[in-house]
Design a protein around this ligand. Sequence first.
Ligand code: FEO
Length: 176
Amino acid sequence: MLNTKIESALNEQIGLEGYASFLYLAMASWSEREGLQGCANFLYRQSDEEREHMLRIFNYINEMDGYALTPAIAQTPHDFGTIQALFDKVYAHEQKVTNSINNLITLSYEEKDHSTLNFLQWYVQEQREEEALMRDILTKIRLIGDGAQSLYYIDKELEKINRATAAKETTEGENT
Ligand code: FEO
C-alpha cells in the first residue's frame, strides 16, 4: 500500500521519465536529419530506455495497490542547434532526473516507506551510469570539436558506444 504523498511523487516521476523518452526521440529525429546516424541510433535507444524507466514505476505503483496515471507530456523542442548543445541538454535533463530520484528517496525515508526505498535503488545506479555516460560523450565532443569537419568523427564515436552497448546486452541476454 502506498501513501498518497508517495503515490503522487511517483506519478510525477513517471512524467519526467516520459518527457525524457519524448525528448530523446525528438533529438534522434533531429540527428537523423543532420545525417548523424550514430547519434540518432544512440538517442533512439535512450528514448526506449526512458520508456522502460517510466513503465517500471508504472508497474510498481499498481503492484502496490496505487493508481499509475498516464502523464501529460509537454511539447519537446525540435531544434537543438549543435550536437554539443544537444548533449548539454541531455546531461542537464539527466541531472534533473537524478535530483528528482534523490527527492523521492528523501520522501520515502520521511514516510518510512521501505518498499519504495528499496525499489528506488535501481534508479540510483541507473542515474549514476547515465550521467557518467553523458559526461563521457560531452568530453569526447569537446576534444574532437563540434565543427562541420568533426561531426563525422563524433558520429563514429557514438557508433562505437552503440556497438559496445549491443554487445553488452547480448552477453547479459546469454547469461540470463
Ligand atoms: Fe530515466 Fe535517464 O532518466
